[in-house]
Design a protein around this ligand. Structure first.
Ligand code: NAD
Ligand code: GLY
Length: 358
């Protein structure tokens, strides 16, 4: 097992990473040591992993809150259901919520923990690669509104993150590949050496090699933890974590969140951000080709030809990163050197849209 620390003063917390952590009941009992615990999970993940949490909690009051599976349930109604269960079982501020699942369960549980009695503790046990490298770390919690994704939420940091790599063995391969897009993102943001390492370990990662996955999760979390530690509330550097997301969100919005997984849209978005960076003269075209090859080796799509460029442009104009009419992008001066800018040639964006959209 390896551990990292997200350094946020008295709200600092560890990220434990390794294979088989949930099977180590004695150790897990120490992480989940509150008087009462509610394990929030869903109908897919609870049957696989809730028993391990119960074993660690043997003899102590532990409740299950099992939610329906899917992004469609990341709503205020589901939040209300969690709160109802906490009231019914008379949970107090010193008790603990455990988020056992992917990013949907993590975001919902974290938001319930932020709201209930104005804030109670929670522990993240992420079971998707995306949740292990991204959503479980950093304290962004929330739910969707019919008017948009993640429109309602709060910053509320967990007390600990337990990323058990072994849980990825039951993950559908498509979800694993989507998570790998976020891993590539970290290399692109600030770690060219990590990008080289991913290129050299694409096959072991896809084959669920425990050592390779542990390193990938560890390095990704280390990068995210460092960024969150210096900019918890996204006043500056944390925006770098949105590399590829402006284009990715446009793909998700235009296709109605139905055909592309978030990580898949981010993968295509990463290549579009690289293309725009090259079109603006900042990134060598050879590095764009390198990224495209890596994404394809990881089984990720790199174009969005079915999305009309005009619709993508319209979706992007509603992005939260628009300032004074000019869209801000996270771009790159090369692999491992991302920066935020609204100062790029309009023609470079038009060429990028033409190259990647329909
Ligand atoms: P998800 O939570 O929907 O999980 C994907 C699917 O995998 C689900 O069907 C789930 O039940 C299943 N699953 C989870 N673990 C499994 C396992 N070990 N074995 C078998 N099946 C398993 O999706 P996700 O990609 O983990 O998360 C996406 C969500 O995360 C979105 O709502 C997004 O907004 C949010 N997110 C939040 C942050 C943040 O910083 N808070 C960052 C990125 C994404
Ligand atoms: N996933 C982006 C962030 O946590 O800021």
């Amino acid at each position: 097992m390896t551990a990292l620390l997200v350094e946020l003063g008295e709200r600092s917390y560890p990220i434990h990473i390794g294979a088989g952590l949930l099977e180590d009941s004695a150790w897990l009992a120490g992480v989940l040591s509150a008087r009462k615990v509610a394990v929030v999970s869903n109908t897919t993940v609870a049957p696989l992993y809730a028993a391990a949490v119960h074993k660690a909690r043997a003899g102590r009051e532990t409740h299950d809150i099992v939610l329906p599976d899917g992004e469609a349930h990341k709503t205020l109604a589901t939040l209300s259901h969690i709160i109802d269960a906490l009231v019914e079982h008379r949970f107090g501020r010193d008790d603990l919520l455990v988020a056992l699942g992917g990013g949907v369960v993590g975001d919902l549980t974290g938001f319930a923990a932020a709201c209930y009695q104005r804030g109670m503790g929670f522990v993240q046990i992420p079971t998707t690669l995306l949740a292990q490298v991204d959503s479980s770390v950093g304290g962004k919690t929330g739910v969707n509104h019919p008017g948009g994704k993640n429109l309602i939420g709060a910053f509320h940091q967990p007390q600990a993150v337990v990323a058990d790599i072994s849980t990825l063995r039951t993950l559908p391969p498509r979800e694993l590949r989507a998570g790998l897009a976020e891993v590539v993102k970290y290399g692109l943001i600030c770690d060219a050496e990590f990008f080289d390492w991913i290129e050299a370990h694409a096959e072991p990662l896809l084959a669920l090699d425990a050592a390779a996955l542990t390193h990938a999760v560890h390095r990704s979390c280390a990068i995210k933890a460092a960024i969150v530690a210096r900019d918890e509330r996204e006043q500056g550097d944390r925006a770098l974590l949105n590399l590829g997301h402006t284009f990715g969100h446009a793909i998700e919005t235009v296709t109605g969140y139905s055909t592309w997984l978030h990580g898949e849209a981010v993968a295509a978005g990463l290549l579009m951000a690289a293309t725009l960076s090259a079109e603006a003269g900042w990134m060598p075209e050879a590095q764009v080709a390198r990224l495209s090859t890596l994404l394809r080796r990881l089984g990720l799509r790199t174009d969005a030809a079915e999305v009309p460029a005009a619709q993508a442009r319209a979706a992007m104009s509603l992005d939260k990163k628009v300032r004074a009419g000019q869209l801000r992008f996270v771009l790159m001066r090369g692999i491992g050197a991302a920066f935020v800018t609204a100062d790029y040639p309009a023609a470079a964006l038009e060429n990028t849209l033409r190259r990647h959209f329909g």
